[in-house]
Design a protein around this ligand. Sequence first.
Ligand code: ZN
Ligand code: ZN
Length: 317
Amino acid sequence: MRAVVLERQGQPLAPVTLPDPEPADGQLLLTVGACGVCRTDLHLRDAEIAATRLPVVLGHQIVARTEDGRRVGVPWLGWTDGCCAYCTSGRENLCERARFTGRDIDGGFAELTVADERFCLPLPDQLSDQQAAPLLCGGLIGFRALRLAGDAARVGLYGFGSAAHMICQVGVFEGRRMFAFTRPGDQRGRQFARELGAVWAGASGDTPPEPLDAAIIFASAGELVPAALRVLAPGGIVVCAGIYMSDIPSFQYELLWHERTIRSVANLTRRDGEEFLALAVRIPVVTTVTSYPLERAEQALADLRAGAFEGTAVVIP
Ligand SMILES: [Zn+2]
Ligand SMILES: [Zn+2]
């Protein structure tokens, strides 16, 4: 099969030909239709998070077909032990022995892949492969982050990329007022956010016209944490939604005072997947997608790093 692999961190992805994967017990052999590009893929490529095995096929937002013709989504959570304290308390996202697609298990930047059937999500027919793929991590993690923000009526989104452009639509659907923060000078991103229903869009250091009840940080710059605390109302929460963030600078306790909270969101549960996919169809969430052929996956990562596209990117084998 054709695939692109990360052979060494810090090096470009390389197009290669690999033997077709063979499904183990409980795994499905899958023909990939589309695979979304996530910032986590870029963090692995750029050595900002550790690889667990090399070479590895990246990609964990996989829309694929089974040998008997069913269409499924393969998300980041690829396997759990099912028996640890987290798995047995509804928190399989924190499983101590979890294995993740496109890091511990070869992912979807390939013609074929294998996945544990128990962790494959059925996909609604209404969504095309390209529309569905970005929902499987960006959408799902954004959804989990929004749920952790509780019933916040005024929600700020820091970093208006793949996850934010989907979750902005969810927030608007739920009657929340959404505020978008982009890199200084990114007028195009702010316009994009307003088109998706944000009531205000500004630069990441700006103060919005009213205080916020929650801020979700999708960008990986640690200095956004105190910046977000600064614009929160008392009782507000900052949710850090990325797998990697640069160091958070120290800040005055006063910014946290009045019961403000900072927390992270890690991974997803299968239940998040089922709930979010059903909701995404009902809204419906419309993804803005740029497609790249498989052999151009490295270019997709470069464009993500450079902020060269709005919304999200998918790789098509
Ligand atoms: Zn577990
Ligand atoms: Zn991801």
